[in-house]
Design a protein around this ligand. Structure first.
Ligand SMILES: C[S@@+](CC[C@H](N)C(=O)[O-])C[C@H]1O[C@@H](n2cnc3c(N)ncnc32)[C@H](O)[C@@H]1O
Length: 245
């Protein structure tokens, strides 16, 4: 079996198993996670304040963004490689949300849609799990309309030191990029960056922080560092808004 198939199988099984507790493990188990979730939701919805059109949510997961946009009147197609994640979002949606959402079991590397079908595309915390991330970006670019918007969020920055060191742990199956490399790939597929922001500079992990006070303190330190070193190059998570040319 090829490396890429094994890798895909690994993440499919991983997210299938995690799906039951995913929302807690990813967004609410610690004050640090709650903070990250809130910030991501604020940044994404600020970057894409839309209320109509068709959206593709690549790697929809348990659907925190899909549900939000469906409630606002957007028709959303959510694709994911994990059937259990799709089942989970399906259970969570109410009748109104369901009427606007289509869920499809599909691979980000091979999206089953015609060219330029969507007005908006979300690629949130997914590309780093894909064995051929360039292909996933190319596919996202292919299915978005000209002048459509893609929001890309991921902790993929190879220069962020803790991320760099963690990448040497055994059995790592995620991709990291040099920020310039990522910009080049986006440009190569006709995605023009209109805004890029970086978050999380301090070299330890917000998500494991259990004390609300420490989260507040880290937030302040992050904000100060943000002002002193506004460059996104050293941050763990990149928030990128692109238009399709
Ligand atoms: C960390 S979760 C993020 C979910 C959601 N985007 C969010 O931000 O809440 C990553 C999701 O990507 C999905 N995924 C991983 N590899 C994929 C692939 N090759 N194609 C489609 N989805 C994939 C996983 O099954 C999982 O649901």
């Amino acid at each position: 079996m090829g490396q890429s198939v094994l890798w895909k199988k690994y993440w499919t099984n991983f997210f299938n198993k995690l799906s039951v507790n995913y929302d807690v493990m990813a967004f609410t188990a610690t004050p640090g996670l709650k903070y990250i979730d809130r910030m991501e939701q604020e940044m994404v919805t600020h970057a894409l304040p839309v209320t109509q059109g068709m959206m593709l949510d690549v790697g929809v997961g348990t659907g925190r963004f899909t549900q939000f946009y469906a409630r606002r009147g957007i028709d959303v197609v959510g694709v994911d490689i994990s059937f259990s994640m799709l089942k989970k979002i399906n259970q969570k949606m109410d009748k109104n949300e369901r009427s606007r959402v289509n869920l499809i079991l599909a691979d980000a590397e091979n999206l089953p849609f015609r060219d330029h079908k969507f007005n908006w595309v979300l690629c949130i915390r997914v590309v780093k799990y894909v064995p051929a991330p360039k292909r996933a970006i190319k596919e996202a670019a292919r299915v978005i309309q000209r002048n459509g918007i893609m929001v890309f969020v991921d902790s993929v920055n190879r220069i962020h030191l803790p991320t760099f060191f963690l990448s040497f742990l055994p059995r790592q199956k995620t991709h990291l990029f040099m920020p310039l490399e990522l910009k080049r790939i986006l440009a190569q597929y006709g995605l023009n960056i209109v805004e890029i922001q970086g978050k999380f500079r301090i070299p330890f992990m917000f998500n494991v922080v259990k004390s609300e006070r420490l989260v507040q303190l880290m937030k302040i330190v992050e904000e100060i560092l943000d002002r002193i070193f506004p460059s996104t190059f050293l941050t763990r998570t990149l928030f990128i808004t692109c238009t399709r040319v």
